[in-house]
Design a protein around this ligand. Structure first.
Ligand SMILES: Cc1cc2nc3c(=O)[nH]c(=O)nc-3n(C[C@H](O)[C@H](O)[C@H](O)COP(=O)(O)O)c2cc1C
Length: 410
């Protein structure tokens, strides 16, 4: 408990880097990659706007480490074939006002829509469930050589991010993507050194971290977004997550962002969250309180924060060092300045719907509606709280073009 900490107080990380306040823009996939999977000018503009809005750490939407494994059609990829000038421009604009700009690196594993891959890869050949098996193909198990190659890809992308001016890296270890698939006893049923015991299942994330650290050195912040739990039967539990937290802390990670859930069970977006937790705003704060008892690594809790009051209370409770916000930043890019200047500030988010639950689910409206706001900001338009859900759905299917029909057939 420390009731003097405020949202505008600076924070020093293990690596010696100083962050100018306690607000952290959590990753939101922007869908602003061009056809060569390089950043579009709109992506550069979006991060310029966020930097001007006063955020302390701005984490990019997931950037893929392998151009043959995309999570979404318009992802950005950073590898030796990328146009580094566009990444330099992105970094230059996103680091204005002394903003820390961290690149989130990701490999989707089996969470690749069927329109993008016939046979995605995963730790084990286990399909997704919960209705997702219709839109996502059954994966094949990675060979050990492929696992080692993917670890190297994370390290290469991290080193290119540093070279082009990004100021930190975040490994995407949450929400059911490849790192989280390796951690999960449900999704990882390998019998070699990469599966089985909790120690074997966390080998992949520790090797990814080690390989990145070797490339970027000790003075460059490396963090991770990790699930408190997957909230799935036989999935990754809070106890297992705590073991991973301790291992990453010992390995020297700079910051752990706590989230939870997967696309099979989307607790990170507030699904299945108890009403009492929702009222407290932060979905994963109780788990962070436990983590705090065990490790000294800097922590961020993301999911559900909407008011300066709840954010300040969470900081002062000592459970978290920074406050993660995602969707509110899509509607109010200068949210940090507003929160810092007005302790009673609160943002209400609309709950976009077409009125047809199946349509909302098929178009993943809870995500695509916010993505549409990011694209507006990138085009120098204001976010639009009253944006029509039907317009977003129509735009999404139009953008998929011929793939839209393949998807319906799948
Ligand atoms: C449009 C959109 C895209 C997202 N993309 C990512 C992503 O690329 N990586 C990630 O870790 N989380 C992603 N998320 C999840 C957010 O980072 C965050 O965990 C979630 O929205 C809960 O926080 P909030 O209540 O502040 O929005 C995304 C969320 C939205 C709405």
């Amino acid at each position: 408990m420390n009731d003097t900490i405020q949202l505008n107080h600076a924070l020093e990380l293990n690596s010696g880097i100083k962050v100018h306040n306690r607000l952290f823009k959590s990753a939101m996939s922007e869908q602003l990659g061009d056809k060569h999977l390089n950043p579009k000018p709109e992506l550069v503009e979006l991060y310029r706007v966020w930097a001007e809005g006063g955020i302390g750490i701005s984490v990019t939407g997931n950037v893929m480490v392998d151009r043959s494994a995309l999570g979404e059609p318009r992802n950005v990829v950073l590898d030796q074939h990328s146009n580094l000038d566009m990444f330099r421009s992105w970094a230059k604009n996103g680091t204005q006002q002394n903003t820390q700009l961290w690149m989130q690196l990701n490999h989707p594993g089996k969470q690749v829509p069927a329109i993008l891959s016939e046979v995605p890869v995963a730790p084990s050949a286990i399909p997704l469930t919960g209705g997702l098996e219709k839109g996502f193909n059954t994966p094949r198990a990675l060979t050990e050589a492929e696992i080692l190659e993917i670890i190297e890809r994370f390290a290469t992308s991290a080193s290119l991010a540093k070279k082009t001016g990004f100021t930190g890296i975040q490994i995407h270890g949450a929400h059911g993507y490849l790192v989280s698939q390796f951690l999960s006893p449900r999704h990882n049923q390998r019998t070699d050194q990469w599966g089985g015991t909790p120690e074997n299942r966390m080998r992949f994330v520790l090797e990814v971290y080690r390989a990145i650290r070797e490339k970027v050195g000790n003075n460059f912040p490396v963090g991770i977004k990790l699930n408190s739990a997957d909230f799935m039967k036989d999935g990754f539990t809070e106890d297992e997550s705590m073991t991973v937290v301790k291992a990453l802390d010992s390995a020297g990670i700079d910051l752990i962002e706590i989230s939870g859930g997967t696309y099979e069970s989307p607790s990170m977006m507030g699904a299945n969250v108890k009403e009492s937790t929702r009222r407290r705003e932060a979905y994963f704060l109780e788990y962070a309180e436990q983590v705090r008892q065990h490790v000294s690594t800097r922590l961020v809790v993301t999911g559900g924060f909407r008011s300066a009051k709840a954010m300040t209370e969470a900081l002062q409770s000592g459970a978290t060092d920074m406050i993660g916000v995602a969707r509110p930043m899509a509607l109010q890019p200068d949210l940090p300045i507003r929160l810092i200047n007005d302790p009673s500030y609160r943002i209400e988010l609309p709950n976009p719907t077409t009125g047809i639950a199946a349509m909302d689910q098929m178009s993943m409206l809870g995500i695509t509606w916010f993505e549409a706001q990011l694209q507006r900001i990138g085009k120098k338009q204001q976010p639009k709280p009253k944006l029509s859900s039907w317009f977003v759905v129509f735009q999404m299917f139009a953008g998929l073009g011929k793939h839209a029909f393949q998807k319906r057939r799948a």
